[in-house]
Write a protein that binds this ligand. Structure first.
Ligand SMILES: *[C@@H]1O[C@H](CO)[C@@H](O)[C@H](O)[C@H]1NC(C)=O
Ligand SMILES: *[C@@H]1O[C@H](CO)[C@@H](O)[C@H](O)[C@H]1NC(C)=O
Ligand SMILES: *[C@@H]1O[C@H](CO)[C@@H](O)[C@H](O)[C@H]1NC(C)=O
Ligand SMILES: *[C@@H]1O[C@H](CO)[C@@H](O)[C@H](O)[C@H]1NC(C)=O
Length: 160
């Protein structure tokens, strides 16, 4: 079989079985702002996304394209992102903004699939954002890098 066709087949199988998946949602405090990191697997070309806050059993849409973001939050929300992460910043975070934050993804496939993660945010229990906490959050990539170094060197050796 033509290897290119094999890859295309593999990709479409992956896309069907996994769709769009939110892998993690973490919260931390950056100065006076709440930062939410929503990580996901980007396997589908187009999808809808939403950040929301559920507080005292009422859901408030903060940003996104699934529901309509509430006017009161629009001026306080900043959104940025890359291919596999979406970062929401809620400026001037106070204890009034405590609750369950949620990140939703809805792939525009047929039938549409939804995936989400949620995180409970309490001001006194929030960790500060920073380079160190990012490392602590998941050190496995570092381990992987260290383990793969000899391999990279070996590959270099063979290519010489
Ligand atoms: C955040 O708070 C500061 C100081 O109270 C204020 O100057 C600023 O306008 C606030 N920002 C927003 C987006 O509400
Ligand atoms: C997901 O990946 C596709 C290409 O694979 C890219 O065009 C698209 O912009 C990505 N989505 C996001 C939100 O980055
Ligand atoms: C968060 O989502 C999970 C499902 O993924 C659900 O079981 C859980 O009750 C949710 N937590 C809260 C606090 O809503
Ligand atoms: C780091 O990520 C791996 C897979 O991505 C996961 O299995 C592991 O539990 C994570 N470790 C921590 C400390 O979050």
């Amino acid at each position: 079989m033509n290897p290119a066709i094999g890859i295309v087949l593999l990709l479409s199988v992956l896309q069907m079985s996994r769709g769009q998946k939110v892998t993690s949602l973490t919260a931390c405090l950056e100065n006076q702002n709440l930062r939410l990191d929503c990580r996901y697997e980007n396997t589908s070309l187009s999808f809808q996304q939403e950040f929301s806050l559920t507080r005292e059993k009422k859901k408030h849409v903060l940003s996104g394209t699934i529901g309509v973001p509430e006017h009161t939050y629009r001026s306080r929300v900043r959104l940025s992102g890359q291919s596999n992460i979406m970062v929401l910043t809620l400026v001037n975070f106070t204890s009034k903004d405590e609750g369950i934050y949620r990140c939703d993804l809805q792939a525009s496939t047929q039938p549409s699939t939804t995936s989400f993660q949620n995180v409970s945010v309490i001001r006194d229990k929030l960790v500060r954002c920073g380079g160190i906490s990012l490392l602590v959050q998941n050190t496995s990539w570092l381990l992987l890098l260290l383990l793969s170094l000899p391999l990279l060197q070996a590959m270099d050796f063979f290519s010489l």
